[in-house]
Design a protein around this ligand. Structure first.
Ligand code: HEC
Length: 146
């Protein structure tokens, strides 16, 4: 083998390894992003009343709507930055396990999924034809809006 060929073989092997690693992480991780129409409009609309009642007091969607200093934004740049690359399953778990954090209520898995859809909708992500599910949420990562 000439040294040129072995260099090529080496490079091809490195590339194949990179692809294998990347697809491996896609298997146990995300396969789509928040830009891919991963929830339905009906789902998001359904969560609106609950969000308004249970969450909106502490969670405005943009900096201008912030009323109290300790309000936590669920929209705008700081939110997208904080969640860039993290899965919707993680967001769902945060909501179901810890929200509302003042003990004023409880959120079921099904409600949590709809609430995640509503948060995506309020952040301007496109709706699609298939609803977000609890199982599907681990395959979707949040990304800045396209
Ligand atoms: C009494 C205020 C309060 C209420 C009500 C509340 N939250 Fe929160 N939420 C917080 C605070 C404070 C944090 C950040 C610190 C923490 O995790 O406790 C937070 C964190 C979050 C996060 C993670 C934000 C991030 O960028 O890490 C999400 C998502 C969230 N809340 C969703 C909800 C939803 C959905 C509801 C309604 C079901 C809700 N929260 C109700 C106060 C509240």
């Amino acid at each position: 083998m000439s040294s040129k060929t072995s260099l090529l073989v080496g490079a091809t092997f490195a590339l194949a390894t990179t692809i294998a690693l990347a697809s491996g992480s896609a298997q146990d991780g995300a396969t789509s992003t928040s830009n891919d129409g991963v929830y339905t409009k009906a789902q998001a609309d359904r969560a609106k009343a609950q969000y308004t009642k249970m969450c909106a007091d502490c969670h405005p969607f943009n900096v201008a709507a912030k009323k109290k200093p300790d309000d936590v934004l669920l929209g705008d740049e700081p939110f997208v930055k904080a969640w860039d690359g993290r899965t919707l399953a993680e967001m769902l778990t945060t909501i179901v396990m810890t929200m509302p954090n003042d003990g004023s209520g409880e959120v079921s898995d099904a409600e949590g999924v709809d609430l995640v859809a509503y948060i995506l909708q309020q952040n301007g992500y496109p709706a699609g034809s298939r609803p977000l599910t609890r199982a599907g949420a681990s395959g979707v990562v949040l990304k800045p809006r396209k």
